[in-house]
Design a protein around this ligand. Sequence first.
Ligand SMILES: *Cc1c(COP(=O)(O)O)cnc(C)c1O
Length: 337
Amino acid sequence: MQNIDWASLGFSYMDTHCHIRYVWRDGVWSEGELVKEPYLKMHIAASCLHYGQEAFEGLKAFRCKDGKVRIFRPHANGERLIGSARRTCMAPVPVDMFVDAVKRAVKANEDFMPPYGTGGSMYIRPLLLGTGPQIGVAPANEYTFLVMVMPVGPYYKGGLKPVRALVVDEYDRAAPHGTGDIKIGGNYAASLYAHEEAKRAGYPVELYLDAKTRTFIEEFATSNFIGITKDGTYVTPDSHSVLPSVTNDTLKQIAADLGMKVEVRPVPFDEVKEFAEVAACGTAVVVTPICEITRGDTVITTGDPDGCGPVLQKLYDTVQGIQYGRLPDTHGWCVEV
Ligand SMILES: *Cc1c(COP(=O)(O)O)cnc(C)c1O
């Protein structure tokens, strides 16, 4: 076990023993090797550097109540990465290879795994890059796939803390037929400026509306939008430019299991004031309650500023219960390492 102060762990990069790395050349992936050095030597003309031919994933492994380590829904992330690879003309990583890579990276760094009860987990970051030299615009002839891991703390020490969100009206993250639905670095580069601006203005998260009409809700910069209606229906936007979040998919299923109605449909921004609870959702935090949404001069209250609403809290507790092995995994989401 590493000498880490688990209680003060946040969400930031930390060196571990190694990452796992694969290279694709002439149509085949290498076997994958554990690499100690956290550096990648690549050609200065690599397509990822010049033309952003790159995609990534984010998922977590947990030390469960029974002492075992389990990865949460790695197949879903593997399938999503195939979609990202297709849209950016990269060599796809077969799902079996993806899951195996994640397992091997977690296993090799098991002593960095936060113990059960600390609220921590192992964040897993798979990365797919065009590493072949390419100056004319075309797909690269070489790809690198790697998986790094790092221990992270509970995002919210002492309960879910609601935050204020800002609607971004000056910039778009994704166009109607753009790349909003795949997980690529380019989308993050495109939204970083607005993110910094929102942060300076005192808003930790930004909400994007549809780029064409600015009337429908899309998602937050790095997480999906969920609204809970006053009669307890789970509502989340249906849009081609929203990233299909695994967390959202999980929460939808749990909501349905709990007997809630689930609606995936266009959500007009005007509906925001009608919701009883609003949240952002993603792997890093699971659920971030949103207590207020500001658009220009208008401030809309969307929840209690002092705590999470009861429906979101229940959904959150259920996901975490499954992830840490306190509740039965009826959907077969957890993969043992
Ligand atoms: C990664 C990501 C999410 C959250 O997806 P999860 O699979 O739940 O972690 C949401 N929106 C965007 C834009 C993302 O990149």
